[in-house]
Design a protein. Structure first.
Length: 360
């Protein structure tokens, strides 16, 4: 049977590369009308045309002849920093999500990953109570979370990297076929990524059935949940002194692995800082560089799942280049999906992975 050109894959690759139809046409030495008709499925391209498109987009020719890619419904995707995103950034991020689903499906054909274990808290209107309920469900008590990324993975969340070097896209999450997905922008600080992980967890447990959401209220609830989940009220109250300075905040933030600004926000919400003290602390933290970065920050969290998957595939003599080829993806897109997640894959980790992650 002849495998036909898939116009949806052309559209996905173009959006992923952040190109307009006109720009792609120019780079592929085609007319804009031709590209438009190809994306709409009105024309069937010849081999030379496909080769031009593949070269301009830097995608393998085989990519354009696969099955229909999964299409993410924007009303079910919770975008962090939604209001700041351009239409092109949103489409590029959604396209990354579609590629992540393709990679996830490929991985799950070979590996048995943890099932989703996220309590439905969509009935709960108080983020503080929701955070406390989930901590109780997961038997976390009031202690700080040593590895937020690992916690998500243990409870069945599929985590991918969003390699978008932009300040407008922090993270996004969604449910797909009863599996929760989180995409994290790893160009942010490690503390920022920890907070984003908790923020997206809030969307997954509190807003799963909400449909199209008022972004401001949903984002506010997710921020409150993340703050309460990462910095439990009783633990913060018992650890912080009566008199709190900026130096106190900078020193204490390491306990909860959050940014100085996030801790200041939590202290204010718990009544430990007055409005004036909170604003003054934020100004001073900004002056010291804590608004745009995190001086002397924590080490970035890495994915236990991706370490083990890549280790086991390496043991089977399968490289990342071969994984990309199996998916008909360009190597850079595969790297984008796991960038910063796996960390160094050491020989000891390869040996340990055999007993903790099961091949199907």
């Amino acid at each position: 049977m002849t495998i036909k050109f898939n116009p949806k894959r052309l559209s996905l690759a173009r959006k992923r590369r952040r190109k307009t139809g006109k720009a792609l046409a120019s780079e592929a030495a085609l007319s804009a009308v031709t590209v438009s008709r190809l994306e709409n499925g009105d024309n069937e391209p010849d081999e030379a045309t496909v080769a031009r498109l593949a070269k301009a987009l830097e995608y393998p020719v085989a990519f354009f002849f696969g099955d229909d890619p999964e299409e993410l419904d924007e009303t079910t995707v919770s975008f962090r920093s939604l209001s700041k995103m351009s239409a092109m950034e949103r489409e590029a991020s959604k396209s990354a999500g579609a590629l992540g689903l393709q990679l996830s499906g490929w991985i799950e054909q070979m590996f048995s990953l943890p099932d989703a274990d996220l309590t439905d808290l969509s009935y709960e209107t108080d983020p503080e109570i929701a955070a406390k309920a989930l901590r109780s469900e997961w038997s976390l008590g009031e202690q700080p979370i040593p590895n937020m990324l690992g916690l998500l993975e243990v409870h069945g969340v599929r985590v991918f990297s969003l390699a978008e070097n932009t300040a407008s896209v922090d993270a996004f999450s969604f449910w797909w076929n009863e599996r929760p997905f989180v995409f994290l922008n790893n160009f942010k600080t490690a503390e920022h990524s920890v907070y984003d992980s908790a923020h997206e967890l809030a969307h997954l447990v509190m807003h799963r059935h909400a449909g199209p959401q008022p972004s401001r209220s949903a984002e506010r609830e997710a921020n409150q949940f993340a703050s309460a989940f990462l910095m439990p009220k009783n633990d913060v109250l018992s650890r912080m002194p009566r008199f709190i300075t900026v130096d106190t905040i900078i020193k204490a933030k390491a306990r909860w692995r959050v940014s100085a600004m996030a801790l200041a926000y939590r202290l204010h919400s718990l009544g430990l800082l007055t409005e004036w003290q909170y604003k003054s602390a934020c100004i001073e933290l900004g002056r010291r560089g804590y608004r745009t970065g995190e001086p002397n920050g924590i080490e970035r969290e890495t994915s236990a799942v991706w370490k083990k998957v890549l280790s086991m595939l390496w043991n089977e003599r399968m490289t990342k280049n071969e994984i990309a080829a199996s998916l008909s993806l360009p190597m850079d897109e595969l790297e984008n999906l796991i960038w910063g997640l796996a960390g160094p894959v050491l020989q000891t980790e390869r040996n340990e992975s055999k007993s903790r992650l099961r091949l199907v």
